[in-house]
Design a protein around this ligand. Structure first.
Ligand code: HPA
Length: 280
């Protein structure tokens, strides 16, 4: 069942949900990780201390997309205490922006200071090849919705001048160099999906300054900034965007590329977690 909730009022307080989760473990995460398509394999490198399925967490909606498992784990990754959201709920599944971003509010309430959002994306920049990675430096919100719409509390006018933390992006680049990953930097443009784009749209997005296109991450980054978290985002370039490759686009193809580079993705995230712990 898809959640049809659109109001903040009908939802439990993130702090209550967080308290409930923290009761089940002594681990106190400092870093949050949201694993998109192609990044699930990092779970195998985590020492999981406590794990809970989305269906057991009030306010969380389960995800219906293959390649996205809905569970939240408290774990150690390279000795860094982390909270991992494995699988995410997407706007294109029919969930409200509030539902999509509720896990971020819970992560903030769990006490994390920084967040790494990961995703699969289509490459628009001509230098990007299938299986490359991109550290997000900025975004363009083309989803036609904003997760803070209707937000009544103070701090609705969130500054996004520097939505993606440059110091965290440097850690990503350092982790990329250490793991010999082809890691670019660039602008992520988010669409609502679930259809892929037309070639005309991709030409337009290219003109707007986008390097990659995807269907997630932006709502979470906006809410994370509202919550005062430092944000990093990492895309796996799973395919050339529409009109730029030889083949038609398919979800199976996106998953296949994600699968082909899953070890690289996991090593990259593990190094990032290690470098993050060293900065504190
Ligand atoms: N477009 C939008 N979202 C995506 C793509 C794409 O080409 N590839 C992976 N996610």
């Amino acid at each position: 069942m898809l959640s049809r909730e659109t109001k903040h009022e009908g939802r439990p307080a993130p702090a209550e949900v967080a308290a409930h989760i923290l009761k089940r473990s002594k681990l106190r995460p400092t870093l949050g990780l949201v694993l998109g398509s192609g990044f699930q394999s990092v779970m195998a490198r985590c020492t999981v201390v406590m794990e809970v399925s989305f269906v057991e967490i009030p306010g969380f909606a389960n995800t219906s997309v293959s390649g996205h498992e809905g569970r939240l784990a408290l774990a150690y990754l390279a000795k860094t205490p982390v909270v991992v959201v494995s699988g995410r709920t997407h706007f294109y599944e029919g969930h409200s922006m509030e539902t999509v971003t509720f896990p971020i509010r819970v992560l903030a309430a769990l006490g994390v200071r920084a967040l790494l959002l990961t995703n699969a994306a289509g490459g628009i920049n001509g230098r990007f090849r299938r299986g490359d990675f991109m550290a997000v430096t900025d975004h363009i919100n083309f989803m036609g919705a904003n997760p803070l719409r209707g937000w009544r509390e103070p701090n609705r006018f969130v500054d996004l001048t520097q939505a993606y933390d440059p110091a965290l992006a440097r850690l990503l680049k350092k982790a990329g160099a250490k793991t010999k990953t082809r890691l670019h930097s660039g602008v992520y443009l988010a669409v609502s999906g679930p259809s892929y784009e037309t070639p005309a749209e991709i030409r337009a997005f290219s003109g707007l300054g986008a390097d990659a296109v995807g269907m997630s991450t932006v709502p979470e980054a906006i809410v994370a900034r509202q919550c005062g978290l430092r944000v990093a985002a990492l895309s796996c370039i799973t395919n050339p965007a529409a009109g730029l490759g030889k083949e038609p686009l398919s979800h199976a193809d996106v998953l296949a590329t994600g699968d082909a580079v899953k070890t690289q993705a996991a090593r990259l995230l593990e190094k990032f977690a290690e470098f993050y712990a060293e900065t504190k």
